[in-house]
Write a protein of this length. Structure first.
Length: 446
């Protein structure tokens, strides 16, 4: 018994304390930590699989689903999975498809990056499996690897306990069923975490190499480049304590160049594949309400319409509402409640939010895009404040009823986590039933 503790009030004398101690020993061990994270991820995916299967019982037959796909796998090939299947079977078109009357470009596979479909095609040839089984399984397994990397990134900043809680909140997020369908979110999140992992450890060349891979996986080069610049700045600012060698300057510059090149790779490949210099941007514009890319403008248009239709407000009210959304969004990662995340994760969340505002038409797809905003899980748990440094050999002070301050914080964290998980699972059912479930002839896209 620790000296100075009253009998019956120490951690070891209470069931909750013993449980907390056992959990501490679990997530403090590296191998058990990884196994625990994987268990949480696959339990979350099992719940999603059950929901997908249930909702699939009233999913109507559509052209996206083949006669060989039944039950759960029917639900893994909806929406953009159609385009990935087309790339697997037919590749990318050499001629840009256009409407013969209006001349407007049709939606086509050049909007979709090749890493996922070509990797799926390779595995299909290797295993003999169909697109639905191979594509969804690939996403599921790469998503598990992404969960482990997320846990490691968070553990390095907020400790294993908060990291486990953060991964749990992320893995149960409403749109995470997309991590087990034929989509690119799993691969993109895995590569993103790889870049952040290497940047945080100042392994510049490795970060640049993984950043290049993102150039054929998903268009996240701009926010990744922003993170790279922030990391180089912080390394430069620390030069008095640890001088920067010429070789390291070269490696840092190489990493930034790789981030830039990753944003140019797929547009350049689309140009080479079609002979049209603007093939990629023209294709992306084909998905928009207006046939051109207008940074930030769609958000302003949406708020003007919403405010005018609901409360009859004018441009000033719409501007205030949009400003409030921007302040809340960026305040989540810029405030002191996110300080523990460190510069790399904060820079990513800030840069990615700015990128979404600039490049995305506001739609229900925003839920899916938020999967890569995993650092916000720590902030939403209230665990992003930088914790005080522990004093070795000194017990945590006791609170009311003999409980320690650490106990109080633990209980608060687990209660918030439990509420968040329950809310996530309810919203996940709603997302699958309302957003992912497709009702012909047209529906709200995920």
């Amino acid at each position: 018994m620790s000296e100075g503790r009253r009998p019956g009030t120490g951690d070891d004398a209470r069931p909750v304390g013993r449980l907390r101690g056992a959990l501490h020993h679990w997530y403090a061990r590296p191998k058990a930590f990884v196994v625990g994270v994987l268990a949480i991820y696959f339990l979350a995916r099992l719940f999603s699989a059950i929901v997908l299967t249930i909702v699939g019982t009233w999913q109507q037959d559509v052209t996206w689903i083949t006669s060989e796909e039944h039950g759960y796998f029917r639900m893994t090939v909806l929406w953009d999975a159609f385009w990935y299947r087309q790339i697997v079977e037919d590749g990318y078109p050499a001629v840009m498809p256009q409407d013969p009357d209006s001349g407007r470009l049709w939606q086509n596979p050049w909007a979709f990056y090749p890493l996922f479909p070509y990797l799926t095609k390779f595995l299909m040839q290797l295993t003999g499996g169909g697109f639905a089984v191979v594509g969804s399984t690939l996403s599921l397994l790469v998503g598990a690897a992404a969960a482990v990397l997320i846990a490691i990134l968070l553990r390095d900043r907020v400790g294993p306990r908060i990291a486990v809680a953060g991964v749990t909140l992320w893995a149960t997020f409403m749109a995470t069923p997309v991590l087990q369908v034929a989509y690119t979110e799993s691969i993109a999140t895995f590569l993103l975490c790889g870049v952040l992992y290497f940047l945080a450890r100042q392994r510049w060349l490795a970060a640049g190499a993984v950043a290049l891979l993102t150039g054929i996986a998903r268009p996240i080069a701009l926010p990744l480049g922003f993170v790279g610049v922030v990391c180089v700045f912080f390394r430069w600012r620390n030069r008095a304590k640890c001088p920067v060698s010429v070789g390291e300057w070269v490696r840092m510059f190489t990493a930034l160049v790789c981030c830039g090149l990753s944003g140019l790779m797929w547009p350049a490949l689309a140009w080479l594949g079609t002979g049209v210099p603007t093939a990629y941007t023209d294709t992306m514009a084909a998905w928009r309400a207006v046939p051109e890319i207008q940074p930030f403008q769609p958000w302003w248009n949406l708020f003007r319409w919403m405010i005018g239709a609901t409360v009859g407000g004018g441009p000033v009210v719409a501007a205030l509402a949009l400003a409030l959304l921007v302040v809340v969004t960026f305040g989540l990662v810029l405030g002191p409640w996110a300080r523990a995340l460190g510069p790399e994760l904060r820079a990513w969340s800030f840069g990615y939010s700015l990128y979404l505002f600039a490049s995305l038409d506001p739609s229900t797809s925003i839920f899916r895009y938020m999967i890569m905003q995993f650092p916000l899980a720590v902030v939403l748990l209230g665990a992003g404040w930088r914790p005080p440094r522990p004093i070795p050999g000194v017990d945590a002070p006791e609170g009311p009823g003999g409980s320690t301050v650490a106990d109080v914080h633990d209980r608060r964290l687990w209660w918030v986590l439990a509420a968040g998980v329950v809310l996530n699972l309810v919203l996940q059912y709603w997302w699958v039933d309302v957003i992912w479930h497709f009702t012909p002839p047209a529906d709200t896209p995920p």
